[in-house]
Write a protein that binds this ligand. Structure first.
Ligand code: SAH
Length: 341
């Protein structure tokens, strides 16, 4: 079986090399070609003999998804439609913001979580992404942006990352390893719809990263309507789990809240949200609902948004209004559906 280098931690690559009678230091050379020079062809690895390059190609590959289309928004956001080896399509988005460039990556082809307001949910789940299909999005983005330009990675593209737990964890280990992508833990955010057992499992791995939770309502019945996952994993349990999670990590948890007109930004919603977040050390990111065809929701007006946000100001937590980026190319939150398939 041929293994993708982007799937391997350095110690695993070393083992592969030892298994074919090669020296350990070769791994460092290969990793340097891949992660510093962004080479995807063993024949370009001129510090290796021709014989070794041929030998490596019989056990290893460096395959990355093909970019099918690249759409640029007027605000600088770029959405990439990528094709995987089996023909599945996923999307990733690069969002520039001053000196920051954030990459929003996918963790699954589609999603199983059925959130009512989300375009990806309408696709259903096709499959989990392999580890290399996650890391290769980072690889592609760095190739596109140039060295040292990519500053942040968020798992907010297609899929529920915690439903693809093992591959996501391994991909993050590769993102953080100093011989691989060398990303600092505080620059990687995993966003979840609230898969309670996996949040606990994540805390137990000891892996450092930032956690974001898509809340969208602090009223149980309403959240159940918006996010069916809440029937299995209710708000009260979610809160307990997050308080435990917070004890084990250095970073505050971010709650994400999509504002939907006449639905989750009224007085009762505010009251419930203030109560829910009041005693957790957290951040709150609010965003307006981005239009998705055929869904019966509406985006609130600017004054409704202002009212909702100012009612949150009593929270001691930091509240930020995240302006939607890339909405003109369907690249904004919840609009990723790999549409031009
Ligand atoms: N499954 C994970 C990762 C996807 S992140 C999660 O739920 O967190 C996608 C984010 O976009 C979530 O915070 C979700 O609440 C938000 N979102 C989904 N549809 C949206 C829409 N139409 N407009 C704005 N945000 C949306």
């Amino acid at each position: 079986m041929i293994i993708n280098v982007l799937e391997l931690l350095p110690e695993e690559l070393i083992q592969q090399l030892l298994d074919i009678g090669e020296k350990e230091y070769r791994a460092k050379q290969i990793l340097n070609w891949v992660y510093t020079k962004h080479t995807t062809d063993f024949n370009e690895m001129t510090s290796l003999s021709e014989e070794l390059r041929t030998k490596l190609q019989s056990i290893l590959s460096i395959t990355i998804p093909t970019i099918i289309t690249k759409s640029s928004s007027s605000d600088g956001t770029t959405k990439y439609l990528l094709s995987l080896q089996d023909g599945s399509k996923i999307e990733m988005v690069i969002i520039p913001n001053g000196k920051k460039n954030t990459l929003c990556i996918s963790s699954q082809v589609g999603c199983a979580r059925k959130c009512e307001f989300c375009a990806t949910a309408k696709l259903g789940l096709t499959r989990n992404l392999e580890t290399h299909e996650i890391t290769s999005q980072v690889f592609q983005a760095i190739k596109e942006l140039g060295n040292d330009k990519l500053t942040n990675i968020v798992f907010m593209g297609m899929g529920e990352p915690l439903d693809n737990f093992d591959n996501v964890i391994k991909a993050i280990q590769i993102m953080q390893h100093d011989l691989c992508f060398n990303f600092s833990p505080r620059r990687i955010t995993v966003s979840t719809s609230g898969v309670i057992p996996q949040i606990t499992k994540l805390a137990d791995t000891g892996l450092k990263l930032k956690l974001a939770v898509s809340l969208n309502s602090a009223i149980q019945t309403k959240r159940e309507q918006l996010m069916p996952i809440s029937k299995t994993y209710p708000l009260s349990e979610l809160k307990k789990t997050l308080i435990d999670f917070r004890k084990k990590t250095p970073y505050r948890i971010t709650f994400e809240y999509v504002m939907i007109k006449d639905y989750n930004i009224g007085r009762k919603d505010v009251k419930a949200l203030l109560k829910y977040l009041g005693d957790i050390s957290c951040k709150l990111n609010v965003i307006k609902w981005n239009k998705v065809d055929d869904l019966p929701y509406e985006t609130p007006s600017d004054s409704e948004i202002d009212r909702f946000i100012s009612s949150m100001s009593v929270l001691s937590s930091a509240v930020t209004y995240r302006k939607s980026r890339g909405a003109d190319i369907d690249a904004a939150c919840g609009q990723l559906a790999a549409k031009n398939i």
